[in-house]
Design a protein. Structure first.
Length: 211
């Protein structure tokens, strides 16, 4: 009888031990998931203001009387503001000397710019193609723009038999940023001035400082 009781106790204890041994042990510490990788940082930002300093060259081959003659070398400054990363606005002043004739002229334009920063898709490749278009004016007469740039001597440099004209432009370019604040740019455009015989292409190359 005692052996039967002992065997029964051993069987019950073994069943209890097996039941507890089969239960999963829950750790009191939860393992945190690794953080997601940081999003690529573009050097071209929204709400960005920048200043550009550039050299310029314009050319035509019909010695037109309402714009730049055959060639024009110059330079100027622009200001850009991008309320969105892809869309911005620019105001630009370009002062140039015409060849032949040593005449002086200037243009002032306002443009809308659409750009696409490639470093959004390719981190580390801080290049942005852009297109633009707008309207402004070309100034060849003795006016405020020429007087300022020639220290009051514009009456000896402005083109004869010409007048100030409305100018429209459109073009495309590339900008590369070394840092979020310093870059270089180059673009080419076509300028529309009072009829096909007075239209002319031009190009710029310069430095950009963004804030």
């Amino acid at each position: 009888m005692k052996k039967l009781i002992a065997l029964a106790v051993v069987a019950i204890v073994s069943q209890v031990v097996s039941a507890f041994a089969g239960q999963a042990v829950v750790s009191s510490k939860e393992v945190a998931a690794p953080p997601p990788p940081p999003a690529p940082t573009s050097y071209f930002r929204s709400n960005e203001f920048s200043l550009g300093l550039f050299g310029s060259y314009g050319w035509t081959y019909n010695n037109n009387t309402r714009a730049i003659g055959n060639h024009a070398w110059g330079g100027g400054i622009d200001g850009e503001y991008f309320p969105l990363q892809y869309v911005g606005f620019a105001i630009e002043g370009d002062f140039f000397n015409e060849i032949p004739g040593d005449f002086f002229g200037s243009t002032v334009t306002g443009n809308v710019i659409l750009r696409y920063p490639l470093d959004i898709k390719f981190p580390g490749f801080h290049l942005a193609p852009y297109v633009f278009g707008g309207v402004g004016g070309i100034f060849n007469e003795n006016n405020t723009f020429t007087r300022i740039a020639t220290f009051g001597n514009a009456h000896r440099l402005n083109r004869r038999n010409t007048g100030d004209e409305v100018l429209g432009d459109g073009g495309l370019g590339l900008e590369y940023r070394f840092t979020p604040h310093i870059g270089v740019f180059s673009d080419v455009r076509y300028n529309l001035v009072n009829g096909p015989k007075n239209n002319f292409p031009s190009t710029r190359f310069g430095m950009r400082f963004a804030f």
